[in-house]
Design a protein around this ligand. Structure first.
Ligand code: DQA
Length: 150
C-alpha cells in the first residue's frame, strides 16, 4: 500500500485480447479492448483506485512486465487469455511479484471446452472471476480494494 495516495492496480491482458470486438461475441461480448479499459478505469475511479493497463501477445514480454510490476503497482488483475491454461512461466512470474492478484475471464471458462477449466494460477490468486464480461473486472477491483485496505 502506498501511503497518502491511491492504491495502484495494473490490469494485464495477454494473448489475443487486443482482438476483442472481433472475437466471438457469444463468449466475449462486442466491446473492444479500449472500450473495456475505459469501463475498468471508471470502476477504478469509483473505488479510489489508480488503474493502469498492459497488453501483449508475446509471452516473454508478459513475464518481463510481471518482473517489473512490484515497482509500479500494489495489485494485479490478469486476463492472460489462452496462456492461463498452460503457461507455467507466467504462473512463476506472477508468484515472483508477490502481489495480490485476481484472475478475470470475460467468458465462462468453466462451462466451455474441458481444457479451459484448468488455470495455472490456481492457488496463487485471491479469486477467479469468469463469465461476467467487463463487470468481472469491477468485482476483481473490489476484491483487491478490500485486500489492500487490510
Ligand atoms: C479468456 C478465456 C480463455 O480461455 C481464452 O483463451 C481467451 C480469453 C476470457 O477472457 O474469457 O483468450 O481469457
Amino acid at each position: 500500500m502506498t501511503v497518502g495516495s491511491h492504491n495502484r492496480i495494473e490490469v494485464l491482458h495477454g494473448v489475443n485480447l487486443n482482438a476483442l470486438g472481433r472475437r466471438d461475441p457469444e463468449h466475449y461480448g462486442d466491446l473492444t479492448l479500449g472500450e473495456v479499459e475505459t469501463k475498468v478505469k471508471r470502476f477504478g475511479r469509483e473505488l479510489n483506485l489508480e488503474v493502469t493497463f498492459f497488453q501483449t501477445n508475446h509471452e516473454g514480454e508478459f513475464v518481463e512486465r510481471l518482473h517489473r510490476l512490484p515497482d509500479a503497482a500494489d495489485g494485479a488483475i490478469l486476463n492472460a487469455g489462452a496462456w492461463t491454461h498452460y503457461s507455467y512461466a507466467i504462473r512463476d512470474a506472477l508468484e515472483i511479484t508477490d502481489l495480490p492478484a485476481v484472475e478475470v475471464h470475460l467468458s465462462d471458462v468453466d462451462s466451455r471446452e474441458e481444457w479451459r477449466r484448468r488455470s495455472v494460477f490456481d492457488g496463487l490468486v485471491i479469486a477467479k472471476v469468469a463469465g461476467k464480461g467487463a463487470d468481472g473486472y469491477r468485482e476483481a477491483l473490489e476484491l483487491l480494494h478490500e485486500r489492500l485496505a487490510r
